[in-house]
Design a protein around this ligand. Structure first.
Ligand code: AMP
Ligand code: ZN
Length: 114
């Protein structure tokens, strides 16, 4: 989608600090990190929210989760722990309407979230 920020990052039109790229997804550092590690795992295909996923996307989302775990492990946070988050729509504070999996690690995180 031409007017979607994360589509434009995936296309290389807007720069980002990319830490992983393959045929189906990219991962880049969040511009406003909430922890020492804050990476977004983003499918290349435009999907606005979790509500727009179909059964055909099951493999894609599984790959995104496993990529999040691999990135956390590469950064040394597998054993001590990290958090993965999909925000969906207004009450969750979704601001970019192209799904993205936050991978947050490197500090002790509180629960419940704010
Ligand atoms: P959400 O609130 O779940 O929609 O998260 C959107 C995230 O995208 C926020 O954590 C932002 O800091 C991040 N973000 C917005 N613009 C950019 C950008 N140009 N590059 C990297 N991250 C961004
Ligand atoms: Zn998009």
């Amino acid at each position: 989608m031409a007017d979607c920020l994360f589509c434009r990052i995936a296309a290389g039109d807007i720069p980002a600090d990319i830490v992983h790229a393959d045929e189906r997804m990219i991962a880049f550092r969040d511009i406003n990190p909430q922890a020492p590690m804050h990476v977004l795992v983003v499918p290349r295909r435009h999907i606005a929210t979790l509500d727009d996923l179909s059964p055909d996307d099951d493999q894609l989302v599984g790959e995104m989760m496993r990529r999040a775990a691999a990135l956390a492990r590469e950064n040394g946070y597998a054993d001590r722990g990290y958090r993965t988050v999909f925000n969906c729509n207004a009450d969750a504070g979704q601001t970019v309407f192209h799904i993205h999996l936050h991978v947050i690690g490197g500090r002790s995180l509180t629960w419940p979230p704010g």
